[in-house]
Write a protein that binds this ligand. Structure first.
Ligand SMILES: Nc1ncnc2c1ncn2[C@@H]1O[C@H](COP(=O)(O)OP(=O)(O)O)[C@@H](O)[C@H]1O
Ligand SMILES: O=C(OP(=O)(O)O)[C@H](O)COP(=O)(O)O
Length: 400
C-alpha cells in the first residue's frame, strides 16, 4: 500500500489552506544558534512546494529532550531564524506556542505563501504520551496534515501519529517519501558482507535495535558511548565514562548472542574532562583510569573498523564514535567517515543515519561520497529492522 504524498493533494486542497507540517527540526544547537542545518535544508523541498502553491505553512517539531515543560534552552526560535535565512523571499515567523488559542491565532494570521514555526512540541506533556486531547489541539492548527519528519517517524507521538488520525488528508512530504524509497530499495536485499556501525549516546534505544539487527548483519561494530556499557558488562573499568547502568545486563546477553559478529573497540581516547584542550591519553580498553572518561575510540580501533568497512558491500552507520563536536575527540568518527567514503568508491552501498552522524559526515566534507545520508538515526534503524514506523502507518494510502 503506497503512502499518499503531497503530490496527491490538489491545488484546491492547498491554495489558501493551512498545511500543518510535522518536520524533524531536532537539530544540534551551538551557542543559541543552529549548529548544523542539515535537517532544515532537507525539509525545504516540501516547504517550498507548499509555499509555491499558496498554502499557509505551519511547521511544528520537537527539539531535544525537554522534560514535558517549557525550557528556553530548547526553544524553536533559533530554528525559525535559520529557516528565515534559508528562504529569503518568504516571510517566516516564529510562534511561541504550539497548542491552544495562541497557536491557532498564529496559524490564522498567516498569509498564503507564509510560513510559521511553532514552539517545541515536547514542551507539552501530551506529546510523547500521544494524548488524544493534544492530538485534537494540534488538529485545530491545519486544514491538511503533512508528515515530513522521517527522523521522528518511529515515535508514536501526538504530533507524528495521533494528529494524523484526526486531520485528513494526512500525507507524506518529499523528504519522508525519499527516505522510505531509498532505504527500502538499498536495504531490502543487502549485498554482503553487510556491516552495521553503531555509536552515539542514545544507548537504551539502540541496544534494543542491536538485538533485532544482529541476525541480519555479518558484522556489527560498536563505538561511542554505547561501547562503554558493553565494557562495563565485560567487567572492565569504565572510569567516569557515560554508561547506562540499567542496561548492563542486556549488554551482557547481547555479548553472548553476538559472538564474533559483535566487534568492540580495543582502545580509547581518555581525558579527565571534556574540553578541547584537555590532557588526552590513548589507552587499551582494559587500562581506563578510574578518574577519567572515554570520549573517543582509539587509533587501533579506527584501523580495525576501517578494515571491516572497506571489505563490506553494504554499510549502515548510526551514531558517532566519540564526542566529535569537541576535537580532538572527533578523530574516531572522522576515521570511520573516511572508511565509508572509500568503501563507497569501491562499489559498496553506504547509508549514514542520525542527526549527529549526518552532522559528522558533513563536518568531514564527505556527505557526497556516501550513497545516502538519512536524516533519521533511530528511524532508519527501525525501518531496517523491518518495523512499521507509526508516523508512516498513520498516513493515507493510495487505495484507502
Ligand atoms: N564516548 C562518548 N561519551 C559521551 N558522549 C558521546 C560519546 N560518543 C558519542 N557521544 C555523543 O553521542 C551523541 C550522538 O548520539 P546519538 O544521538 O545517539 O547519535 P545520532 O544523532 O547520530 O543518532 C553526540 O552528541 C556525541 O557527542
Ligand atoms: O534525532 C532524532 O533521532 P536520531 O538521533 O535517532 O536520528 C529524532 O529527532 C528523534 O528524537 P528522539 O530520539 O529524542 O525521539
Amino acid at each position: 500500500m503506497a503512502t499518499k504524498t503531497i503530490r496527491d493533494l490538489t491545488d484546491e486542497q492547498l491554495r489558501g489552506k493551512r498545511a500543518l507540517v510535522r518536520v524533524d527540526f531536532n537539530v544540534p544547537l551551538d551557542g543559541g544558534k543552529v549548529g548544523d542545518d542539515t535537517r532544515i535544508v532537507a525539509a525545504l523541498p516540501t516547504i517550498q512546494y507548499l509555499v509555491e502553491r499558496g498554502a499557509r505553512v505551519v511547521l511544528f517539531s520537537h527539539l531535544g529532550r525537554p522534560k514535558a515543560a517549557p525550557d528556553p534552552k530548547y526553544s524553536m526560535r533559533p530554528v525559525a531564524e535559520r529557516l528565515a535565512e534559508l528562504m529569503p523571499g518568504t516571510k517566516v515567523e516564529f510562534c511561541p506556542a504550539s497548542d491552544g488559542d495562541e497557536a491557532v491565532q498564529c496559524t490564522e494570521r498567516l498569509q498564503p505563501g507564509g510560513v510559521v514555526v511553532l514552539e517545541n512540541t515536547r514542551f507539552l506533556p501530551g506529546e510523547e504520551k500521544n494524548d488524544p486531547a493534544l492530538s485534537k489541539a494540534f488538529a485545530r492548527l491545519g486544514d491538511v496534515y503533512v508528515n515530513d519528519a522521517f527522523g521522528s517517524a518511529h515515535r508514536a507521538h501526538a504530533s507524528t501519529e495521533g494528529v494524523a488520525h484526526l486531520l485528513r488528508p494526512a500525507v507524506a512530504g518529499f523528504l519522508m517519501e525519499k527516505e522510505l524509497a531509498y532505504l527500502g530499495q538499498a536495504l531490502s536485499d543487502p549485498k554482503r558482507p553487510f556491516v552495521a556501525i553503531l555509536g552515539g549516546a542514545k544507548i537504551s534505544g539502540k541496544l534494543d535495535v542491536i538485538e533485532q539487527l544482529l541476525p541480519k548483519v555479518d558484522r556489527m561494530l560498536i563505538g561511542g558511548a554505547m561501547a562503554n556499557t558493553f565494557f562495563k558488562a565485560m567487567g572492565l573499568e569504565t572510569g567516569t565514562s557515560l554508561v547506562e547502568d540499567d542496561r548492563v545486563e542486556m549488554a551482557k546477553s547481547l555479548l553472548s548472542k553476538g559472538g564474533d559478529k559483535l566487534v568492540l573497540p580495543v582502545d580509547a581516547v581518555v581525558a579527565p574532562e571534556l574540553k578541547s584542550d584537555a590532557r588526552t591519553t590513548v589507552v587499551a580498553r582494559d587500562a581506563v583510569p578510574a578518574d577519567q572518561a572515554m570520549y573517543d575510540v582509539g587509533p587501533r580501533t579506527v584501523d580495525a573498523f576501517a578494515k571491516e568497512i572497506r571489505a563490506a558491500k553494504t554499510v549502515v552507520w548510526n551514531g558517532p564514535m566519540g564526542v566529535f563536536e569537541t576535537p580532538p575527540f572527533d578523530a574516531g568518527t572522522l576515521g570511520v567517515a573516511r572508511a565509508l567514503a572509500e568503501a563507497t568508491a569501491a562499489g559498496a552501498t553506504t547509508v549514514v543515519g542520525g542527526g549527529d552522524s549526518a552532522a559528522a559526515i558533513a563536518q568531514a566534507g564527505l556527505e557526497d561520497r556516501v550513497t545516502h545520508v538519512s536524516t533519521g538515526g533511530g528511524a532508519s534503524l527501525e525501518f531496517l529492522e523491518g518495523k512499521v514506523l507509526p508516523g508512516v502507518a498513520a498516513l493515507d494510502t493510495r487505495d484507502a
